[in-house]
Design a binder for this molecule. Structure first.
Ligand SMILES: CC(=O)N[C@H]1[C@@H](OP(=O)(O)OP(=O)(O)OC[C@H]2O[C@@H](n3ccc(=O)[nH]c3=O)[C@H](O)[C@@H]2O)O[C@H](CO)[C@@H](O)[C@@H]1O[C@H](C)C(=O)N[C@@H](C)C(=O)N[C@H](CCC(=O)O)C(=O)O
Ligand SMILES: Nc1ncnc2c1ncn2[C@@H]1O[C@H](COP(=O)(O)OP(=O)(O)OP(=O)(O)O)[C@@H](O)[C@H]1O
Length: 495
């Protein structure tokens, strides 16, 4: 597509140009100069940290053929055709969608937003759709998947990447035969127009609580940013138990509601039973009443399951088929993930909780279904990461678990002994001595798993799905689940 055609499609003024090629062939678009490839438009965004105009030269050297910006700074000229746009991020999103051929129009797109539960609900929805035989893609915090289910990572670690990557991933999904796409939309994504070029068929809302207020400013702004997903979708799936839903209802073109508390809603759960390995409940939905089994722990996952069921049902899959899928859900990597166990093994759970509030929530949830003692193995990061959370982590761990094992967790160049001492101090200042410190994480995990009784639960907190462990100046490959499996195998040989 020629630059002039692209500008016309976006209702932008025809570019002014100082250089020789007024109307170059455009093949792609990027906001990041270092990622520019020949034929790209470089969008010069004035951000909070950088002004993209400072990188026009780098983009040009890499082959960019034009620039979009809100106006050249005084005294700066562009050697490339420069198109003045009203808002760079909006233009980035619109042009990315145009250049990718609007792939979302060929997909049924389920967008998922909310403070908690986005990743879990996204993974549930894509599993329900795939189990029903629908080729489905996923874009989420954990990475992205085409219908083949292989997990891939976009460059730069984001929940929702910038618009060119979103559009390229959706285009790849279409090319791979996807009919449906599940897209996790963070509040940053909504505020920064990363999913502006996506036509959402269904918007799923999990819940809203105070978070990221450093970025959004106020709760009202945070709500307004997230609410954009509901406003833009053809249909919204809303949480009747969330107080913000009342304000969302008038914004939705059409809506379905759900309640994990059994309140009046289109989809309700009643009779929730929390087992050691699963959740069981009765679903009341548009197709009637049926029993549901979800192989996950954590009561909040009933809400995530209802949201995913209601969303997937909008694509036309009957409830009975969806419930068959629910019963085979394999969980989300590193989030309350249960390690396969044999008779005589304690229950071992890998979880990502690494802040005092999330650790508290995770341990409280696991406590409900723990017959014996509750163990937790955890550390706290070093380097520039927040040192003020170390003592509170020691406090929460010894308060919510029966035994805490303090260990390494990416201490980097901070002396591990200092971190462990701060965690111990948090426990001691609260008058507790129910902890031990074992610096080597492999040994710490093996110790807890070996000491735990079969009625006990061991929570391995903090590393979750991460692939590396940063120890002193080394970065070593890490697989917490594999460590847990090995610790259980070792325990069996010693019994
Ligand atoms: C608050 C936020 O999301 N900011 C993002 C935003 O920054 P910004 O608009 O201030 O831009 P900037 O960094 O000043 O750069 C301005 C422009 O210069 C360009 N640039 C900059 C430097 C350079 O060397 N070359 C270059 O081309 C940049 O690509 C950009 O186009 O655009 C940048 C370019 O894409 C992002 O790197 C940056 O993400 C920051 C680093 C970030 O940490 N974002 C997190 C908070 C985030 O988005 N998280 C959510 C999940 C939140 C959650 O629910 O937990 C997510 O969706 O992942
Ligand atoms: N519906 C929910 N309500 C409250 N808490 C939840 C809910 N679902 C999950 N959680 C908690 O939040 C944690 C993170 O879950 P999940 O990754 O699904 O959320 P998220 O919104 O994607 O968050 P993030 O973007 O930080 O990964 C879980 O380990 C659990 O402790």
């Amino acid at each position: 597509m020629r630059l002039g055609e692209l500008a016309a499609a976006l209702h932008l003024p025809v570019p002014e140009c100082a250089g020789p090629d007024r109307d170059p062939e455009v093949t792609g678009i990027t906001h990041q100069a270092a990622w520019a490839t020949p034929g790209d438009v470089f969008v010069a965004i004035r951000g909070a940290r950088f002004d993209g105009h400072d990188f026009i030269g780098q983009a040009a050297a890499r082959g960019a053929v034009a620039v979009f910006g809100e106006g050249l700074p005084d005294g700066v000229t562009s050697q490339l055709p420069y198109v003045v746009v009203p808002a760079t991020r909006a233009a980035l999103a619109d042009a990315a969608a145009e250049l990718a051929g609007h792939p979302s129009r060929q997909l049924t797109v389920l967008g998922i937003t909310g403070t908690d539960g986005k990743t879990t609900t996204s993974c549930l929805a894509r599993h329900l759709l795939r189990s029903a035989g629908r080729p489905t893609g996923l874009l989420s915090t954990i990475g992205y998947e085409l219908p083949d289910g292989e997990l891939r990572q976009p460059p730069a670690h984001f929940t929702t990447p910038e618009a060119p990557q979103v559009q390229a991933i959706l285009r790849d999904m279409v090319a791979a035969g996807a009919e449906d796409a599940v897209v996790e939309a963070s509040s940053h994504a909504m505020a920064l127009d990363r999913v502006r070029g996506v036509d959402f068929d269904v918007a799923i809302w999990t819940n809203l609580t105070g978070e990221h207020l450093d970025f959004h400013g106020t709760m009202e702004r945070y709500f307004a940013d997230k609410a954009k997903l509901v406003e833009r979708a053809a249909h919204a799936v809303l949480n009747a138990d969330d107080p913000w839903t009342e304000q969302l209802l008038p914004l939705a073109a059409g809506h379905t509601t759900y309640s994990a508390d059994g309140a009046d809603a289109d989809w309700r759960a009643t009779g929730v039973v929390e087992g050691p390995d699963d959740l069981r409940f009765t679903v009341h939905g548009p197709d009637g009443e049926a029993q549901a089994v979800l192989p996950m722990i954590g009561r909040f996952n009933v809400a995530n399951a209802l949201a995913a069921l209601a969303g997937a049902h909008r694509t036309g899959v009957p409830t009975a088929v969806l419930l068959e899928g629910l019963a085979t859900f394999g969980g989300v990597a590193g989030r309350m993930e249960m390690v396969a166990r044999q008779d005589g093994d304690p229950r071992v759970i890998v979880d990502f909780a690494h802040t005092p509030p999330s650790l508290e929530k995770a341990l409280e949830t696991v406590r409900v279904t723990t017959e014996g003692r509750l163990w937790v193995v955890l550390g706290s990061a070093g380097g520039p990461r927040d040192p003020s959370k170390r003592a509170p982590l020691g406090d929460v761990a010894t308060r919510c678990a029966d035994v805490a094992v303090f260990t390494e967790e990416d201490h980097r160049d901070t002396p591990l002994a200092d971190i462990l001492a701060q965690m111990e101090r948090g426990a001691r200042e609260a008058g507790r001595e129910n902890f031990t410190s074992i610096g080597n994480r492999v040994e710490a995990i093996r110790y807890a798993v070996a000491q735990a009784d079969r009625a006990d639960t061991v929570v391995l907190a903090g590393k979750g799905p991460e692939h590396t462990l940063e120890r002193d100046t080394e970065t070593i490959p890490w697989d917490e689940m594999d460590q847990a499996v090995q610790a259980l195998a070792l325990r069996r040989t010693r019994e």
